[in-house]
Design a protein around this ligand. Structure first.
Ligand code: NAD
Length: 485
């Protein structure tokens, strides 16, 4: 069956063109072929979507359902995502260039799991009674916040959308989702699936469009109660300003990173450290917010460790993302590829030593591919060590003492993730405690589960996706006092 791609927005339960009829062209980074035209949303489209969301919320078509009913619908939603897994995976891979095996086995499964987990959780969450004086009763309850605006990036389009949609829906909110203009297709399909699952019209609206044209009106909208944003730190700062400028909506920002991965000389399994270090920076073409882009290695094992690390690189040879054996796909677009190549040039210019990669490849395809790139002799003040590259570029920094490693690791405006490799349990705890990051791994980098919060310290953002803590972002806390006598 041929893939039919529908680029129209989903507003109030219907596929619609943008109000002014404008579209933008959607190209595949695999070979730069045009996939479809996509509705280019602007203020007028956002207004329609927010009105639909507000109307659905006020009518309580979803918010008024019992937690058990919402659970059942969300489980059906998750099941339908899995039933549509091949189409969703194909859309994701064509649209943003990640390997099809990752789209199929990771992105689709994790998106469905997020919906299922929050659906299953919501009829098991209790409210509180406060320990107030005898003649009173004070109930502390969580209520849906109302209309949630979600703005998501292009690197895990379906998954980032579901990390927002799942807790927001489970708590009874209505949503307007603005996917990235670089990868809008899976979010649109997911909105169709939500309707099929029984989520009422107007509860999940998806308006594609550019950041400044569709994202800003959503962040500035005075009838939106909360904006859940995932993207760059630069845009996250604007989102906070827009929230303040408009109605002081809650603004939750999940932002960039420059995560350190610290390998001490007493690490028990250097092979595993090399495998995880390479896997975590080169997975998803390095386009992961929590990718450990700074590898801090203790001087005495540096040569041995680098040898092991370089031996991992053939496992990340860029290939056709539609081929099931490919482990590294295309960069999301030409602009992102050029950005990454500029960072590589700056690394060379500032004196880092290129050990591998550093160049574009598969140019004959018309697509945008970069070889896995490793720099040695990086200092923490070089641009490649300070700025988020968001590509397959690893910077190796050498250290001599634990104090020095901690200092370098924390010497960044970001604080999303970190790792420490050592067999000394005291050292592991001590370093983990002092690392200023939302997630710290010990002797691993790649653990992940929906049960744990995900988010950052410092300029990596605020708020947390995943886990029951995510429900806090999408609910208001209400105290109801009852006088008993
Ligand atoms: P981006 O900030 O450029 O865009 C993110 C979203 O914001 C897109 O939908 C975009 O259209 C929209 N946007 C852009 N300008 C806007 C504006 N002025 N007003 C409103 N919306 C606007 O980021 P990106 O390039 O799509 O994604 C990469 C970034 O996302 C990286 O920094 C990465 O670290 C971060 N990220 C963070 C997490 C996390 O959980 N912390 C997860 C994934 C990605």
């Amino acid at each position: 069956m041929a893939l039919k791609i529908d680029g129209r927005a989903v507003i109030n339960g219907k596929r619609v063109n943008s109000v002014d009829g404008a579209t933008f062209e959607c190209f595949s980074p695999i070979d730069n072929r045009k996939l479809c035209d996509v509705a280019s949303g602007k203020s007028a489209d956002i207004d329609l979507a927010v009105s639909a969301a507000r109307a659905a919320f006020n009518a309580r078509t979803w918010a008024g359902k019992s937690p058990k009913e919402r659970k059942q619908t969300m489980i059906k939603f998750a099941d339908l995502i899995l039933q549509n897994r091949e189409e969703l995976a194909l859309l994701e891979t064509l649209d943003m260039g990640k390997p099809i095996t990752a789209s199929l086995n990771v992105d689709v499964n994790s998106a469905a799991n997020s919906l299922r987990w929050f659906g299953e959780a919501i009829d098991k969450v209790y409210d509180e009674i406060a320990p107030t004086p005898e003649h009173t009763l004070a109930m502390i309850t969580r209520e849906p916040i109302g209309v949630v605006g979600a703005i998501v990036p292009w690197n895990y389009p379906m998954l980032m959308a579901c990390w927002k949609i799942a807790p927001a829906l489970a708590s009874g909110n209505s949503i307007v989702l603005k996917p990235s203009e670089k990868s809008p297709l899976s979010a649109l399909k997911i909105a169709d699936i939500a309707l099929e699952a029984g989520i009422p019209a107007g509860v999940l609206n998806v308006v594609p469009g550019y950041g400044a044209e569709a994202g800003s009106p959503l962040a500035l909208h005075t009838d939106v109660d909360c904006i859940a944003f995932t993207g760059s730190t630069a845009v996250g700062k604007k989102i906070q300003i827009m929230a303040g400028q408009s109605n002081l909506k809650r603004a939750w920002c999940e932002l960039g990173g420059k995560s350190p991965n610290i390998v001490f000389a007493d690490c028990k399994d250097l092979n595993r450290a090399a495998e995880a270090g390479a896997g975590s920076i080169f997975y998803n073409q390095g386009e992961s917010c929590n990718a450990p882009s700074r590898l801090l290695v203790e001087r005495s094992i540096k040569d041995e460790f680098i040898k092991k690390l370089l031996a991992e690189l053939p496992n990340y040879k860029p290939g056709n993302p539609l081929d099931a054996s490919t482990t590294m796909g295309a960069m999301v677009d030409c602009g992102q590829m050029e950005n990454v190549l500029k960072y590589i040039a700056s690394g060379k210019a500032q004196g880092a030593k290129l050990l591998s990669g550093g160049d574009q490849t598969r140019t004959e395809t018309g697509g945008f591919y970069i070889n896995p790139t490793v720099f040695d002799n990086v200092t923490n003040d070089m641009t490649i060590a300070t700025e988020e590259i968001f590509g397959p570029v690893l910077s190796i920094i050498t250290f001599d003492t634990m104090e020095e490693a901690i200092k370098i690791a924390n010497d960044t405006p970001y604080g999303l993730a970190a790792a420490v490799w050592t067999q000394d349990i005291s050292k592991a705890h001590m370093v983990a405690k002092r690392l200023r990051a939302g997630t710290v791994h010990v002797n691993s980098y790649d653990e992940d589960d929906i049960t744990v919060p995900f988010g950052g310290y410092k300029q990596s953002g605020n708020g947390r996706d995943k886990s029951l803590h995510a429900l806090e972002k999408y609910t208001e806390l209400k105290t109801t006092w009852i006088r008993l006598s």
